[in-house]
Ligand binder design. Structure first.
Ligand SMILES: [Zn+2]
Length: 267
């Protein structure tokens, strides 16, 4: 079923000259059978995800672990989904690729985020070493000026975890692949899985994040500080309001990006 849908999506894309493609012509909510497959996959993966979360290794989930509890149809569904072209869905983010080797990651545990006066658990996160070092430098500067800092709600994500997240959010977006793609990247297209442009989703000390409250994040003094100073630490906001990539405004999502000058000096 999904293969048929996939084929027709690509056909629609091919029949539509990209320059006049308005991004609105694809009606893409999954049919009941595919939606049921998604539900089944999520149900089957519950134990794996719970285990990985408790172990603090959810963000580095492998494809092997992802596929282990699934049957052939379910595996194929995920593989077809991953092969889908974001361009056909109106997404214009560049293909970054999937790094061959696992980067040198720093594990970030027990971040002291509080919410409504109580500790707010943030799952264990990972960042490539050089990105972690810049992030810590930036936070020291922020703390010095504001007395508060930001923490990492989401850092590095393996491609398998990115794929899992996509179907997890599919349900929340009424099984619309297109709407989900506006908010959650495909593996290979996510800055969370690409160490050279590693993205961090920030959460404030008192628990304000994009996940919890997108509108509130933009009002934070910490956000204002980032807009002013993040570039000094090689962090850039990837998806400003009304960005040409077709991605929703994400004031909490900043990527590590060396300036051309820095890159020139290093190479
Ligand atoms: Zn993000």
């Amino acid at each position: 079923m999904f293969r048929m849908r996939l084929f027709s999506l690509l056909l629609i894309f091919l029949l539509t000259v990209p320059s006049v493609y308005c991004g609105e012509t694809v009606s893409d909510a999954l049919g009941p059978e595919d939606a049921k497959t998604v539900d089944t996959i999520l149900e089957k993966l519950k134990i794996t995800m719970e285990y990985k979360r408790n172990e603090g290794t959810l963000a580095v989930l492998s494809y092997e672990e992802l596929y282990l509890p699934l049957n052939d149809t379910e595996k194929k569904f995920l593989k077809d989904l991953q092969a889908l072209s974001p361009e056909a869905l109106g997404i214009k983010t560049p293909h970054l690729g999937i790094p061959q080797n696992m980067p040198d990651l720093v594990k970030i545990e027990n971040q002291p985020v509080m919410k409504d006066g109580k500790p707010f658990p943030v799952s264990t996160q990972y960042l490539p070493r050089k990105v972690y070092e810049q992030y810590e430098l930036m936070m020291k500067a922020m703390e010095k000026e504001l007395g508060t800092r930001l923490y990492v709600e989401s850092g590095y994500r393996s491609p398998a975890y990115q794929l899992y997240l996509f179907i997890f959010y599919l349900v929340q977006h009424k099984y619309s692949v297109k709407e989900t793609a506006r908010w959650n990247a495909f593996p290979g297209y996510s800055e969370h899985g690409y160490p050279d442009k590693q993205a961090i989703d920030f959460i404030s000390q008192d628990g304000v994040s994009g996940e919890e409250n997108p509108a509130l994040f933009e009002k934070l003094v910490e956000y204002e500080w980032l807009v002013k100073y993040a570039a000094e630490y090689h962090f850039k906001m990837s998806y400003p309001r009304d960005n040409p990539m077709g991605i929703g405004f994400e004031p909490w999502h900043w990527r590590y990006d060396e300036t051309p000058e820095t890159r020139k000096n290093k190479s």
